[in-house]
Write a protein that binds this ligand. Structure first.
Ligand SMILES: [Zn+2]
Length: 287
């Protein structure tokens, strides 16, 4: 656990997913990326699917950021992506005397299935009725991103699964964030929008006088992706991601911004400094 301003912050691994290493590192040659992430015999690398948990005791707020791929997977599809799922989030909440019912807010950085799948589950049989896991929570999503998820390009269509979010919308549990400079949702937290990976990714920024914390979502999913040129092949607008990362890295230096990662299998977050023009982890966060 670390503190960031008003919040106690934890990072939990909900499970893992194995994705093609080439797709994860875009134009970076394998001879370079395989030193950072060792591929299996299918050329896939292991990614964690993390949830950030931020608790503000004074305001009685329990905030989750992203939810992993969840359990709504037929065995065949789970095998294809190497998806595993565990109960670490429920265990953490329970160790803090909380249950899913006490979650007040869920931030959905974006609606790709590896981030949005865990907000719902199959109530009875696989493929059947969908139930909401955090029924008392507002689920924050950018309206323009939801619009995109419903009208994706052919290139990113496979990343969106309506079963992950349409039930939430039907029940009025989605809280739309709008505009290009949206106001923060509540005291101590604001939004940073990122448009390179997918349109209007919503990244939560936890204010702190000394060292603010940014959940970097799929802009910087893992430590090897810190370098601006190490972008994902999945990015819709890779040059936009590159510029966004440069801006965030400047904030790491100038504002002592700390980063929390969505997919790093080893590290929940880090402090970063620039050494000879390259980003280097100066301290691992005890998330
Ligand atoms: Zn992702």
């Amino acid at each position: 656990m670390i503190r960031a301003g008003r919040f106690q912050v934890y990072s939990v691994i909900n499970g893992h997913i194995w994705l093609d290493g080439g797709a994860m590192f875009g134009v970076v040659p394998k001879v370079l990326w395989q030193k950072q992430a060792v591929p299996d015999k299918l050329n896939r690398i292991q990614l964690a699917m993390r949830t950030l948990v931020a608790i503000d005791d004074d305001a009685r707020r329990v905030i989750l950021v992203d939810s992993g791929a969840g359990s709504k997977w037929a065995p065949k599809d789970a095998r294809r992506y190497g998806i595993s799922h565990c109960n670490a989030l429920a265990e953490l909440l329970s160790s803090l005397g909380l249950t899913d019912m006490e979650v007040t807010d869920v931030v959905i950085t974006h609606l790709h299935f590896d981030h949005a799948g865990g907000m719902t589950f199959w109530k009875n049989e696989p493929g059947g009725e969908i139930e909401v896991r955090f029924p008392n929570a507002r689920h924050w999503v950018h309206a323009r991103h939801l619009e995109h998820a419903r009208n994706p390009t052919l290139r990113d269509k496979a990343s969106f699964m309506p079963r992950d979010y349409e039930e939430l919308d039907k029940r009025g549990l989605l809280q739309y964030v709008t505009g290009d400079e949206p106001a923060g949702p509540f005291e101590g937290m604001r939004w940073l929008l990122s448009k390179g990976h997918t349109p209007y990714q919503l990244l939560p920024w936890f204010e702190d006088d000394e060292r603010p914390l940014l959940f970097a979502g799929d802009m910087i999913p893992q430590i090897p992706h810190l370098s601006p040129t190490w972008g994902m092949g999945y990015d819709l607008y890779p040059v936009t991601t590159l510029e966004e990362k440069r801006r965030v890295l400047r904030m790491c230096v100038e504002n002592h911004l700390r980063l929390a990662f969505s997919h790093d299998p080893e590290v929940g977050g880090a402090e970063v400094e620039m050494v000879a023009g390259r980003p280097v982890v100066s301290r691992v966060l005890d998330l």
